[in-house]
Design a protein around this ligand. Structure first.
Ligand code: CDP
Ligand code: CDP
Length: 231
């Protein structure tokens, strides 16, 4: 079977990374969570005092960008690659609501995007890759054979994310998660640099009423149709 590039974009907490991991496993593809890279840069900004007392020092971050080294290492037990910031596994640290509260501001910085897009394009050079994010079908892989755009109601998404954070022990409220999800959607869709928009040739999937299994089956069928179509 020909290997293709699968680009998955959409709003926050729509199930992009879950289905991307399932697909990568089923197809033997590489999975790349591009959001993890923006989150890791945001963590760097926190750790180095560039985000402090609610203020984000954008200029200082731009000056320090060459000090940020990001990499992915495959974790056999988990079955996917985890993100490393300057050699440290930061997979858990980047998922907090604190990081979520600033990541969209960091991701709106053109210089940050330029740096990360280069890395993302390089990882996907050889196809057989599934990448999720906000600009994968529009900017990173405009020629991807299959582009998906995931949506679901904000309340459904906030419920799902709240449950996930509660289960890992984070001290948060549903209202705070809903507010973060809504705010990020707004900033991500309205920024000047690579805003979140549905690529013209993307297939929209509203999974408000789909289980993880139903969503996976539906998307796997689309992958099969796409690969058969180009063979
Ligand atoms: O998992 P969740 O939907 O909460 O977000 P994520 O995929 O981890 O992405 C975190 C943030 O990074 C998004 O809200 C965007 O601001 C930014 N992002 C982006 O701008 N471009 C991407 N390709 C991926 C993420
Ligand atoms: O990557 P993204 O932020 O788009 O979402 P995710 O981290 O894959 O999914 C957010 C949460 O929603 C996870 O806990 C998923 O298990 C859950 N989810 C679900 O319960 N049903 C769906 N159809 C999609 C996602």
């Amino acid at each position: 079977m020909n290997k293709i590039t699968i680009a998955i974009d959409g709003y926050s907490s729509t199930g992009k990374s879950t289905v991307a991991k399932q697909l990568a496993k089923a197809l033997g593809y590489i999975y790349v969570d591009s959001g993890a890279m923006y989150r890791a840069v945001t963590l760097y900004a926190f750790q180095n005092g560039l985000i402090s007392k609610g203020d984000f020092n954008k200029e200082a971050l731009i000056h320090q960008l060459d000090k940020i080294e990001l990499s992915f290492k495959f974790n056999d037990a988990l079955g996917y690659a985890e993100v490393y910031l300057n050699g440290e596994n930061v997979e858990r640290k980047i998922r907090t609501l604190e990081i979520s509260g600033f990541v969209s501001q960091v991701a709106a910085v053109a210089e940050v995007r330029a740096k990360l897009v280069v890395i993302q394009k390089k990882i996907g050079e050889d196809k057989g890759v599934v990448m999720d994010g906000r600009d994968i079908g529009t900017v990173v892989f405009p020629n991807a054979e299959l582009k998906l755009f995931m949506t679901a109601s904000a309340e459904k998404r906030a419920q799902r994310r709240y449950k996930e954070l509660k289960e890992r022990g984070d001290d948060i409220t549903y209202e705070a998660v809903l507010q973060n999800v809504t705010e990020r959607d707004y900033i991500d869709s309205h920024r000047e640099e690579s805003p979140l928009i549905k690529a013209k040739d993307a297939i929209e999937i509203d999974n408000s009423d789909l289980t993880l299994e139903e969503q996976f089956e539906k998307i796997l069928r689309l992958v099969k149709m796409t690969t058969e179509g180009i063979e």
